[in-house]
Design a protein around this ligand. Structure first.
Ligand SMILES: Nc1ncnc2c1ncn2[C@@H]1O[C@H](COP(=O)(O)OP(=O)(O)OP(=O)(O)O)[C@@H](O)[C@H]1O
Length: 854
């Protein structure tokens, strides 16, 4: 420290403090608030120009009077000269400074020279440390002993390994005579102890003797703390056992029985570890993982319990023991039972159920799990998750759902490396730990909603999980040994395949789950949703009845969805309302019987009155509600409010320039209106409704085709000219402007809408259409036909115009729906227009032109 050669000035300004004691070699923050101390900082520390001016005497245990007019109190005679290394000033809540001071050496006040504006004294430097020469006599023994305890203490501190190593290096490199002061500032001591035992101990020998017991006390305190943390049942006994030893050690300078204390302590510490080791040895951990475990146990045994890494390693070992390395359930592969269960849990979904049964059949014949990973793709609420659950049930396996929506960190799948604080295993390993077997059904829900971020691509991590050729040795970063996932049955669900990375898509077999038609929804409601909701709300069919007409009303007027989730919610709302009525009536019933009883008890004499009251009670009871409560259209309006969706189609098609298109969204199919209007202008085309580039191009294509065929179809602008854009602006709008729309399939709808605008004919109000167009007027195929047709059917439309090449997709449409709808397949725009307008859309043939000339 160089303190041996250091010489402090003879006159020192004095900073009077009352909190804490600054010791040589240590640093301390001192708040400067009183006027005398502030003056000192301002005129010496802030204005000083030399290092000397930043050296000040810190006098502990002396409260400085608030104003400099008051007299100075009695000063502690010994202080520490320190160097101000940092000054921070602040005005709030009142002006003050904070000084960071490093202690240099002790001094003794010889004479107080002045008191104002701050105290200055003549001082004598006390620490002349050259008195200590290593290796001689008692002082050397004390210093050795002190050093030993210091090392022991540092190793017990609650710090991570590198910091402890640094502290050790520091202890080795510092001159031994500075150690008491430095360690005394680290350990927990009271101000009095610091003052009287350490600061006032001027002789080095005395200082060593006084600080050793403080150090020992701290070491024992830490040991005690570690034991109580373990909180074992026989904890108290141990605390008592340690106390006498501590008392022995209170005698300064006396050799300590430290080895004995340590041994006993270690025994207790290792109890837990031995148990854990036993558990590991008795578990079925595979050889490679066992090796890692034993290595970690060895490390754990050597580690002090207070180290954060101790808890980390322990958690790791506990996870290793808990993981189902070899534990599995036996599969129940009865195909007939599986078919029955799937049918009873889910109505409709024939294609999906068929594929699932095929999958199970193959599993039954060939006990090899390297089958494809099934991925159910469809709009929300069509039962994808619930089929996954049923599959687990049919197989007699545990089910675990991993929600992947919004996951954008690959360590969510693969875990964090154990070097991180708070590291955890990934969701796959966590799932296995939760279910406790190695062959559960894992449902990877919403794989299409995986995100990507700087923390890596979780989809890439899933690749290994889902590849049957690789997943027998899946390595989670946290585990750091491979785990065999080949027994796990993975099923994925998604709303759309568009956002699933191609590599991931390639590993899965897609099964489309389309939305339901109205009839299917009614059946699902009556077979599954209503019974489920009744049970949830504690109702019975004797209390509530929802007839098919009411369900139909809920479906068509209160919901517009491909699945049945919203329908289920609405049924839930109806059940809640009925539950209130039923509960109210029960309350009334009990209340009335209670009144009846008390009155009977209290007025035995007035027999007649009681009787008449009981009659009114019964009439009261009969009032609300008559069971069962039947839900009709009025009840629905009362409970769910006015219908949300009305059949607006015919209203909106009451003037030329409106047509209905069909759109596909990840949430299922939807009908989409296209509106057009024209006004005087310079041939501008305005498009609104958040359209994508492809859709904008379709609009331009449609206009070009109509302009080039204006004569043929007798289309004119307002002035009667065949040049449709002459002095005319066109505005095309796609309502629901907040929703972004794109894709080529609106082409035919735009043409029809504009044809209606320029011809003045109304488009049929029960027609919806879809198809891409070319400049030559051909109609090209598009996707999502089934969902689009379902949407048209849902909206109560009667005719659907489709591209000719989409005819094959009609096989997927249920037969009863095919009967309800009239499908027109179009090869070119001529076919579309003819089907969209009542009585066709007359094109003037060459023949008729000739006729008109005649
Ligand atoms: N065919 C069906 N038969 C019986 N119940 C069904 C059927 N389809 C859906 N359900 C019910 O609808 C509810 C919603 O289903 P589920 O949660 O499985 O939808 P999902 O397709 O997974 O939706 P998401 O994509 O939003 O996760 C469940 O209560 C389920 O039981």
């Amino acid at each position: 420290m160089g303190s041996t050669t250091m010489q402090i000035p003879n006159r020192l300004p004095l900073l009077l403090t009352n909190e804490g004691v600054l010791l040589p070699g240590a640093s301390m923050r001192i708040s400067v608030e009183t006027s005398r101390n502030i003056q000192l900082v301002k005129s010496r520390v802030l204005r000083g120009t030399s290092v000397k001016s930043t050296i000040i005497g810190v006098i502990p245990n002396t409260r400085d009077p608030d104003s400099d007019t008051e007299e100075l109190p009695h000063l502690h005679r010994i202080g520490t000269a320190g160097i101000a290394v940092q000054v921070v000033g602040s005005n709030w809540p009142k002006p003050h400074y904070t000084l960071l001071i490093t202690g240099l050496c002790r001094f003794h006040i010889v004479e107080l020279l002045k008191e104002k504006p701050f105290a200055v004294a003549e001082v004598e430097q006390l620490d002349r440390l050259e008195q200590y020469t290593e290796g001689i006599g008692e002082l050397s023994d004390l210093s050795q002993q002190f050093y030993k305890y210091a090392i022991q203490l540092v190793e017990m501190l609650d710090m991570s390994v590198p910091v402890v190593a640094k502290l050790r290096n520091l202890l080795d490199s510092l001159p031994k005579e500075t150690l008491p002061d430095i360690l005394a500032s680290i350990i927990r001591t009271s101000t009095n102890e610091k003052l009287q035992q350490i600061l006032d101990a001027v002789s080095l020998e005395e200082r060593f003797k006084k600080t050793i017991p403080l150090l020992v006390r701290q070491i024992e305190g830490l040991k005690l703390l570690q034991k109580t943390r373990k909180s074992k049942p026989n904890d108290e006994k141990r605390v008592v056992a340690i106390r006498p030893i501590r008392r022995n050690n209170q005698v300064p300078g006396r050799p300590l029985h430290l080895d004995a204390v340590e041994e006993e302590d270690d025994d207790e510490d290792s109890d837990d570890i031995v148990m854990l080791e036993k558990k590991i040895k008795n578990s079925n951990i595979p050889e490679q993982a066992m090796k890692v475990c034993m290595k970690e146990v060895k490390r754990l045994k050597k580690m002090p319990q207070s180290m954060p890494e101790f808890a980390l390693t322990r958690n790791y070992l506990e996870l290793m023991v808990e993981l189902p390395w070899n534990k599995s359930t036996t599969d129940r592969l009865d195909l007939r039972a599986a078919r029955h269960l799937l049918d009873s849990d889910h109505y409709a979904m024939q294609k999906l159920k068929q594929r699932v049964l095929e999958y199970l059949a193959v599993r039954q014949l060939k006990n090899n799990l390297k089958g494809p990973i099934l991925c159910f793709v469809g709009p929300p609420g069509v039962g994808k998750t619930s089929v996954g659950r049923s599959i687990a049930k049919t197989l007699g396996r545990e089910f675990y759902r991993i929600a992947l929506g919004g996951v954008c960190d690959q360590s969510d799948i693969r875990g964090h490396r154990r070097t991180y604080v708070g590291s955890m295993p990934g969701r796959i390993i966590n799932g296995l730990r939760t279910v406790g077997v190695n062959n559960p059904v894992f449902l990877l829900d919403e794989v299409d909603k995986l995100g990507k971020s700087l923390q890596g691509d979780p989809a890439a991590a899933l690749l290994e999980v889902l590849d049957p050729e690789q997943n027998h040795s899946f390595t989670d970063h946290y585990l750091n040994v491979s785990f065999d996932l080949s027994q796990v049955l993975f099923i994925a669900t998604a709303n759309t395949t568009a956002t699933i990375p191609p590599a991931l898509l390639d590993r899965m077999e897609l099964i489309q789950v389309p939305g339901y038609i109205q009839e299917e929804k009614i059946e699902i409601a009556h077979r599954h949703l209503i019974p489920k909701q009744l049970e949830l709300h504690g109702l019975t069919p004797r209390q509530i009845q929802i007839p098919k007409e009411a369900t139909e009303d809920i479906i068509s007027r209160y919901t517009r969805e491909a699945g049945v989730r919203s329908l289920e919610r609405k049924i839930g709302a109806v059940c809640r309302a009925v539950a209130v009525k039923v509960a109210e009536s029960q309350h009334k019933a009990t209340n009335s019987t209670r009144t009846h009883v008390t009155e009977k008890e209290g007025k035995e004499v007035v027999h007649e009155v009681t009787k008449s009251e009981s009659i009114t009670d019964t009439t009261d009871l009969a009032l609300p509600p008559e069971m069962p409560i039947v839900i009709d259209r009025h009840a629905l309006k009362d409970i769910l409010g006015a219908p949300i969706y009305e059949m607006e189609v015919s209203q909106r098609l009451s003037q030329p320039g409106v047509a209905i298109g069909l759109a596909w969204t990840p949430l299922g199919g939807e009908i989409m209106f296209v509106e057009a209007s024209r006004m005087e202008g310079e041939g501008q085309l305005t498009l609104t409704g958040q359209l994508g580039d492809v859709m904008k191009e379709s609009a331009h294509l449609a206009i070009s085709w109509l302009r080039s065929n204006a004569k043929k179809y007798h289309l004119t602008n307002a002035a009667g000219s065949f040049d449709l854009l002459d002095n005319t602006d066109i505005h095309l709008h796609f309502p629901a402007g907040a929703v972004t729309k794109d894709g080529p399939s609106a082409g035919v709808t735009i043409v029809t809408c504009l044809a209606s605008l320029f011809s003045g004919h109304l488009v049929r109000s029960d027609v919806a259409m879809t198809g891409e167009i070319t400049l030559r007027g051909l109609v090209l195929p598009v996707g999502g036909i089934k969902d689009k047709v379902l949407a048209a059917h849902r909206a109560g439309l009667k005719r659907v115009i489709l591209p000719k090449r989409n005819e094959k997709d009609l096989d997927e449409i249920p037969a009863n729906m095919r009967e309800d709808l009239d499908f027109v397949t179009a090869f070119c725009l001529d076919d579309v227009l003819n089907a969209a307008f009542d009585g066709g859309f007359p094109a003037e043939s060459r023949h008729s032109i000739l006729n008109s000339k005649l």
